[in-house]
Write a protein that binds this ligand. Structure first.
Ligand code: RNT
Ligand code: ZN
Length: 416
């Protein structure tokens, strides 16, 4: 797109929004400040560097598009490339299985900061902040139950792993001068009917209490709720009710993955309730298609509504934004960039909502006017603002990133 065209379109858009009391420059500044935690696992279909045979734990990446990152250097190269196509400074969300193990077998109860030192250095060099995840899946001891396992030995193994992960996250946070957010998601559940629903939940709560006991100021912990997993369809120990109660009583950050609810549920509506009772939220922005399929995030209604509820609640400082999808059926870098830019679009569209006018109408009981403006807001010149945001930040505008990714595919990923 030509520079003059971008600038002219932006000027027109800015005036149009200003007439509705919306400051587009301010919205852009807010968007520029918003870090998105990029899930490293989109680069390699959640395989990691332990040389595991297959992904387990009820999640699945489908597709066999060529060019998967196979090692730490390739994951880093892909992330560095992705960064060149995104406005703003972002975070990288690592799983424990992405440690720099130097070809050695390091079991999950043996991991330490030393396995993440090179990540800490790489992140600093590339102006990324790190987030972290313990990894309960794809391991011989994963089974159906990890932290909620009645077998004391297996449970202790996973408690030890998760405690170690928190210390790694703490070191990352201290090194980067900004808390590292560590997510705890365990796949624990049951394929078929269980008669011990309460027992496993009691054990999970006790395990988490023990894990979270250690005071580690460099990091923040969050826990992720889920509806079901593949092969674990009948019961999930860490369900939404479980974690809502847990987070509210323990004052722990709640991880809301948009694929982890009933397909017809309004996930956005959970935001204004959770914000009343839990200290902070971690978002895993995803796109469930009929189930928790982890399709690439796009600018669809549920994702727009999600960000609208955060902005309407003035809660951007309490909601951390991360992505969680893994599509192996299309160019993986392309999938990454589409999803991140779509997330930025949804946030920008929320920031550009003429909320002042809408709230005036609502307060006055003028519901026709409220609905009319909500409808008209959908066709305001949003695209011109998003183009200007990318232009201003020196990254490709509009579809210009397509050939750039095609070139990287030809030069790099197809040679793998
Ligand atoms: C799984 C959870 C979890 C994982 C990652 C890999 O359903 O969403 O967040 O996707 O930890
Ligand atoms: Zn998730």
């Amino acid at each position: 797109m030509k520079e003059a065209q971008i600038l002219k379109s932006y000027e027109i858009a800015k005036e149009r929004y200003a007439a509705l009391g919306v400051d587009t420059d301010k919205a852009i500044e807010t968007l520029e400040r918003q870090q998105i935690s990029l899930h490293c696992w989109q680069t390699d279909d959640v395989m990691g560097f332990e040389n595991a045979d297959a992904l387990s734990g009820g999640i699945q990446a489908t597709g066999n598009y060529p060019g998967r990152a196979r090692n730490i250097d390739e994951v880093r190269a892909d992330l560095e490339f992705v960064k060149t196509l995104l406005a703003g400074n972002h975070r990288i969300n690592l799983h424990e299985i992405y440690g720099d193990f130097g070809g050695k077998k390091v079991d999950r109860d043996e991991c330490g900061v030393e396995h993440f030192q090179s990540w800490i250095e790489w992140a600093a060099q590339n102006n990324f902040k790190l987030d972290f995840n313990s990894t309960s899946f794809s391991h011989p001891k994963s089974g159906d139950l990890s932290l909620s396992n009645p077998d004391p030995a297996i449970r202790a193994f996973w408690i030890e792993h998760t405690k170690r992960c928190r210390r790694i996250a703490d070191a990352m946070g201290r090194a980067q001068g900004d808390p590292c957010i560590m997510n705890i998601w365990v796949h624990d559940g049951s394929k078929d009917l269980t008669v011990n629903r309460k027992l496993y939940r009691e054990i999970l709560a006790a395990s988490l209490d023990e894990i979270l006991e250690e005071d580690l100021p460099g990091m923040k912990s969050c826990v992720e709720a889920k509806l079901f997993g593949i092969g674990l369809e009948s019961y999930t120990v860490g369900s939404m009710d479980f974690f809502e109660g847990y987070c509210a009583t323990r004052k722990v950050m709640y991880t809301l993955d948009t694929g982890h609810y009933e397909p017809t549920e309004n996930v956005a509506d959970k935001i204004p309730s959770l914000l009343l009772f839990v200290p902070e939220l971690m978002l895993h922005v995803s796109r469930p298609v009929r189930w928790d399929s982890d399709h690439v995030t796009i600018m669809n209604d549920p994702t727009q509504e999600l960000f609208k509820e955060i902005v309407r609640a003035d809660a951007l400082d309490r909601a951390h934004v991360g992505l969680d999808y893994f599509d192996a059926s299309i160019n993986r870098i392309g999938a990454y960039v589409i999803g991140t830019r779509a997330t930025q679009k949804c946030l920008l569209s929320a920031l550009l909502e003429p909320i002042g006018e809408l709230r005036k109408y609502e307060a006055a009981g003028k519901y026709f006017e409220r609905l009319a403006l909500l409808e008209e807001a959908k066709t305001l010149p949003f695209g011109a603002v998003f183009d200007y945001f990318n232009y201003k930040n020196g990254v490709p505008v509009g579809e210009e990133f397509i050939p750039v990714i095609q070139k990287y595919e030809k030069d790099v990923t197809l040679r793998r």
